[in-house]
Design a protein around this ligand. Structure first.
Ligand code: UD1
Ligand code: UDP
Length: 381
């Protein structure tokens, strides 16, 4: 059998974390010739993930710029993709999720006559402008793709509403595969700060915030709520690995720096982050990935957004949409810090997003479509 030539394209931290287990799966199987192309839409945060998972890029566009714009990212990715496709001539290009790297790489592959596979397909809020620009990025990518790897049945329903019903596989989310590589009960933190905050017996609230539509006043309101919480709960540690975007880090430091129980730290590498989540009491976030990882680790998650494309864990009762208003965020966190019963109700491990076998299912689905192999069993069946 001729080896299936697959090009994985990704550029930001979350795509890298979620593509890493798939890269390892495909590169470890003799049926595939799999190369990795990074756009480096993120530079430092991407490199950390590559190092964590022992991955090497075959192609690197190195496009990141300070203050980069969506149009700038899009044009740089599309132009450079053409050269890579001409060089490697993949049978299928795999992209992940909803970033501007994802959408641009998918369009470029389509223009160059390549098949496109979409990993983490079918997530939708139904509002083209929220999250911005991710909802449009995934709509376009879904339209372009020939093969769709949907994490959940709900995602398949979303695709069906757009008449996307062919070559759709329910695989689970590869982020749960990634947790299998990183989370260890006996994990020893490299960072002295993390060793300190996880060893002192105090409860730990983990915060992340970076979403484009929350830049400005929504982030400031979230940070003010966290400041109030930190002042009222001096016995709780609040840890925030701050996104390097200056439009996030500047207000974060302005509002939260100097509080003795608030730790504003650099972005963490994947193993440190996943194990910190595993030790946290509560997670507050506007991130997509943390909404999947928190429930898998049995941690309540307050979502600092007004909507979510990940309703499965909300339905399971482990994730709550808090919004971006200072009082609402403050109240929801207080309830979980004060009310043991409310906390217990949310803190049960559920895995609506995967069972750690998504990468294997994606590999099998690719062989089913392109080499006549047997289709994988759907996740959750
Ligand atoms: C991007 C994605 C978003 C994803 C997020 C994950 C788009 C439009 N947005 O948003 O969907 O949730 O990544 O984190 O694709 N920076 C650095 N070093 C880094 C990474 C970023 O300094 O390693 C700074 C740069 O100044 C850069 C800025 O952050 O200009 C913003 O990065 P960008 O990729 O444009 O947007 P994100 O908000 O990170
Ligand atoms: N993450 C990390 N270090 C950090 C913050 C986040 O490794 O300091 C991981 C997190 O565990 C998850 C992913 O990055 O796997 C989520 O990325 P992000 O929140 O930047 O993007 P989103 O998921 O919102 O697209």
């Amino acid at each position: 059998m001729e080896r299936l030539k697959v090009l994985l394209v990704f550029g930001t931290r979350p795509e890298a974390i979620k593509m890493a287990p798939l890269a390892k799966e495909l590169q470890g199987r003799p049926e595939f010739l799999c190369k990795i192309c990074v756009t480096a839409q993120h530079r430092g945060m991407l490199d950390t993930v590559m190092e964590n998972f022992g991955l090497a890029a075959d192609y690197d566009f190195d496009i990141m710029k300070k203050g980069q714009t969506l149009c700038g990212i899009t044009s740089r990715v599309i132009e450079k993709m053409e050269e890579v496709i001409a060089d490697f001539r993949p049978e299928v290009v795999l992209v992940h999720g909803d970033t501007t790297t994802t959408m641009s790489a998918a369009i470029a592959a389509f223009y160059c006559g390549c098949e496109v596979g979409h990993v983490e397909a079918g997530l939708r809020t139904g509002d083209k402008c929220s999250p911005f620009p991710e909802e449009l990025n995934r709509l376009v990518t879904g339209d372009v793709a020939n093969i769709h790897f949907a994490p959940t049945e709900n995602n398949v329903k979303n695709l069906a509403r757009e008449n996307i019903t062919k070559q759709v596989f329910i695989t689970g989310n590869t982020v749960i595969d990634a947790l299998r590589y990183t989370v260890r009960p006996d994990y020893r933190f490299e960072s002295p700060v993390l060793r300190e905050v996880t060893a002192d017996g105090r409860r730990l609230v983990l915060l992340t915030a970076h979403r484009r539509e929350n830049l400005g006043e929504p982030h400031r309101a979230i940070f003010r709520a966290v400041k109030r919480l930190a002042e009222e709960y001096p016995e709780v540690n609040f840890v925030y690995p701050v996104h390097p975007n200056p439009r996030v880090s500047e207000p974060a430091h302005e509002i939260l720096a100097g509080l003795p129980n608030v730790w504003l730290i650099d972005p963490l590498d994947t193993a440190e982050m996943h194990n910190l989540m595993d030790r946290a009491y509560l997670i507050m976030t506007d991130s997509g990935g943390l909404q999947e990882e928190g429930p898998a680790l049995g941690k309540p998650v307050l979502v600092l957004r007004t909507e979510t494309e990940r309703p499965e864990a909300v339905a399971a009762g482990t994730v709550k949409i808090s919004g971006v208003a200072e009082d609402a965020v403050y109240r929801d966190a207080r309830e979980l810090l004060d009310d043991a019963e409310a906390y217990r109700e949310m803190a049960h491990a559920v895995n609506p997003y995967g069972d750690g076998e998504a990468s294997r299912r994606i590999a099998e689905a690719l062989l089913a479509v392109y080499r006549g192999g047997k289709a994988p069993e759907p996740f959750g069946a």
